[in-house]
Design a protein around this ligand. Structure first.
Ligand code: V47
Length: 353
């Protein structure tokens, strides 16, 4: 049976078939991806009202793609105090945020409690704000730095009020590529193991994939299939987020950035392959707002949040430093023919705009 017949029958594709998907033309892929999107979500597009906080940029690891961490390329080191972080949350709470998304570098100088206690303080002061924090890469760093098991760190996270985990640190799972772009930090197996343990606690998380650097199409397929395999076991991933690689101010030189067509193909393929992950997020900070809106026709049903302040991708050239206004977001989704639905962090619907 050829691949089109398998797609028509909605059959689950394994690696040997899946690597043929990129050879299909974009609109063939889109017709299948959009059908699945419409079956699952109709014309709804989810977004949330949130605030990103990146409390420190001092990092023990050196990822070649990173422009955010303090380094020769970015000499401005900073570490926020808990008071500063709480002040940010207080100000953002006036904008009706429902979530803080807190991700740091791997700072060996602060101590474990600096990482953990701030979550408790946020929960005590703002019990209704969802805390999405600590990537698997941070958990691995804290575990090795402070000689604790992943399980112990995860138990602490729950005790300190973390509600869900963001999907960062996944990059590309292929071991050879990973060694070149971020050798030394959490391995692919460890990333998956940490999310498995988090899901076993009954908690939800997201999964990302950084693409458009030195990986090839087959590495992306392999990445998605490893996520699908874990999701079969746990069901704990809410969303898959392909992050488009931003090229500036880092050590990884990429001659040809991805075309819009290749990015859209990747959304369609994610929607087709990840039959068990409900939401495909076109994270506007890396795709651009315009492409995120177009991606709604190519399998994506989520465009992430208002963000307010973004430091990781904007350091590498993305135009997301100041987030996006709530009402602008709503208008853009509406004007592109979709229904903007504000969601909470675990995809309960809050308001249809
Ligand atoms: O893991 C670093 C990426 C990630 C670059 O879970 C870069 O809802 C592009 O994971 N170009 C952190 N990306 C951000 C992240 C995230 C973002 C939004 C929502 C969620 C979620 C998670 O940022 C890192 C890394 O892959 N990153 N440098 C760059 N040059």
């Amino acid at each position: 049976m050829n691949i089109i017949e398998k797609l028509e029958r909605n059959e689950r594709l394994e690696y040997e078939d899946a690597i043929k998907l990129y050879d299909l033309d974009l609109f063939t892929l889109a017709s299948f991806a959009n059908k699945i999107r419409e079956e699952k979500h109709g014309k709804k597009t989810y977004f949330n009202i949130n605030r990103h906080i990146n409390p420190t940029n001092i990092c023990k690891d050196v990822c070649q793609f990173c422009a955010y961490s303090a380094s020769r390329k970015n000499p401005h080191q900073y570490t926020m105090s808990h008071e500063e972080i709480l002040e940010v949350v207080k100000n953002s709470s006036k904008n009706n945020i429902k979530e803080v998304h807190i991700v740091s570098a791997h700072n060996p100088h602060t101590g474990l409690q600096w990482y953990m206690d701030v979550f408790k303080k946020i929960k005590e002061n703002f019990p209704n704000i969802h805390v999405k924090a600590l990537t698997a890469a941070e958990i691995h760093f804290l575990s090795t730095e402070y000689n604790l098991s992943y399980q112990e760190i995860i138990d602490m996270m729950v005790e300190h009020g973390i509600d869900s985990m963001p999907g960062g640190g996944a990059e590309i799972f292929d071991e050879k590529v990973r060694k070149r772009i971020c050798g030394g930090k959490v391995t692919s197996e460890q990333w998956l193991e940490i999310h498995r343990l988090w899901h076993e606690k009954g908690k939800k998380s997201n999964a990302t994939m950084l693409f458009g650097h030195i990986e090839d199409r087959n590495h992306r397929i392999d990445h998605m299939l490893r996520l699908r395999a874990l999701q079969d076991l746990t069901g704990g991933f809410n969303a898959f987020i392909p992050l488009v690689y931003q090229t500036e101010n880092n050590y990884l030189k990429v001659k040809e950035p991805l075309t819009g067509q290749e990015i859209l193909k990747t959304y369609t393929i994610a929607r087709i392959l990840l039959d068990n992950i409900p939401n495909i997020k076109a994270y506007w900070a890396t795709s651009t707002v315009k492409l995120a809106l177009i991606a709604q026709e190519f399998g994506a049903n989520d465009v992430d949040g208002t963000i307010e302040k973004e430091s990781i991708q904007s350091a590498a050239g993305a135009s997301s430093a100041n987030g996006i206004a709530q009402l602008e977001f709503v208008d853009l989704i509406k004007n592109s023919g979709f229904i903007p639905v504000e969601r909470d962090s675990i995809y309960n619907e809050i308001k249809t705009w």
